[in-house]
Design a protein around this ligand. Sequence first.
Ligand SMILES: NC(=O)c1ccc[n+]([C@@H]2O[C@H](COP(=O)([O-])OP(=O)(O)OC[C@H]3O[C@@H](n4cnc5c(N)ncnc54)[C@H](O)[C@@H]3O)[C@@H](O)[C@H]2O)c1
Length: 311
Amino acid sequence: MDTPLKNLAIIGAGAMGSGIAALFASKGLNIVLIDPMEGALERALKTIDRQLNVYAPGGVQEAMQRIQVSPGLEAACNSDLVIEAVPENLELKRGIFAKLDSLCPARTLFATNTSGLSINAIASAVVRRDRFVGTHFFTPADVIPLVEVVRNDDTSEDTVARVMATLRFAGKRPVLVRQDIPGFIANRIQHALAREAISLLEKGVASAEDIDEVVKWSLGIRLALSGPLEQRDMNGIDVHYAIASYLYKDLENRTEPSELLKSKVESGQIGAKNGQGFYTWSPERRERVLREKSAALGELAAWLNGKAGGS
Ligand SMILES: NC(=O)c1ccc[n+]([C@@H]2O[C@H](COP(=O)([O-])OP(=O)(O)OC[C@H]3O[C@@H](n4cnc5c(N)ncnc54)[C@H](O)[C@@H]3O)[C@@H](O)[C@H]2O)c1
C-alpha cells in the first residue's frame, strides 16, 4: 500500500501540469505529458528544464528522459495514475475523463487538479468512481509541499492510500479532505482572506503595498509555523471570542465579487501575466519575481520541514 505508483500521465501541460511533471520526474517516476494545443508541449519542456535546473540541477538530464510527450489521450493508456490539469471548465474535464475511462485499463487511478469544482460532478463522467480523487496542488506545484486529496462519495480507501503514498514518495504532504466541499480547505481560507484584503483596498483603508506588508510580516510569517486554529489556542480562545463578538459584523461578507475585482477583470488588468493588476509588472520583473520566489519558497519549505519535523 505504501508503494508509489510508477507510471503517471499528466493531462494539460500548462503552469500546473508542467510543475507536477517536473516534480514526479525528479523523483524517478515515468511521465507521459499530454496536451493537444499547438506549442504547449515544447513550452512545457522548456519550463520543466528551467525548473529542474533550480532545484534538482544534478539530475536534470535523467529527469527529462523520464518525460514522454504526446498530443493524444491514447498515450495515457499504460498509466497507473492519470492527473488532469486542463483549464477549470467542468465539461472539458468531464469529457476528458469519459474518454480516458474507455481508454485506460481498470487498474488506472484518476485524479483531477481542479481548484474547487465538485469532485463528484467530475467523477460522474466515469464508471470507476471508486478510483477517482481530487489532487489539489498549489502553485508552484513542484515547490509547495501540500496537496489536498479530495474524495468523491464513492472513492475507495485503497485509491486514497495509493495516491497519498505516491505523493509522499515525491516529498509532498498530502492531507485528506473528507467532504467534496466547494474550494476544499485552502481556497475557502484564501478567498476569505483575499475578499477582506480587496475590500480594505476598495475602502481606501491602505494601499495595496501596505495591505500586503501587514499580512506578510504579521499573519504570514506566523502562519508558516502555526495554523489558524493552533494560533487561536496560543492567543486564547476567550480573547478570540471577545473580538469575534464585535468584529464579525463589520467584516466583508459579500456573496458576489466586488466592483473593484469586476472592473479589474473587465479592463483587462488581470495581474502579472499581462502587466497590470494591483501592481504594475514588466515581463522582466514578472520573470525575476517568479524565479526568485520559487527558489525562496523551496528553501523556506525545506527549512520548515527540517526545523519542526514539519509539525
Ligand atoms: N494556476 C494555479 O495557481 C492553480 C492552482 C491549483 C489548481 N489549478 C487548477 O489546475 C488546472 C490547470 O490550471 P493551469 O493554471 O495549469 O492552467 P493553464 O492554462 O496554465 O494550463 C492548461 C493546459 O491545458 C491544456 N489543454 C487545454 N485543453 C486541453 C485538452 N482538451 N486536453 C489536454 N490539455 C488541454 C492547455 O493547452 C494548457 O497547456 C485548472 O483546473 C486550475 O483551476 C491551478
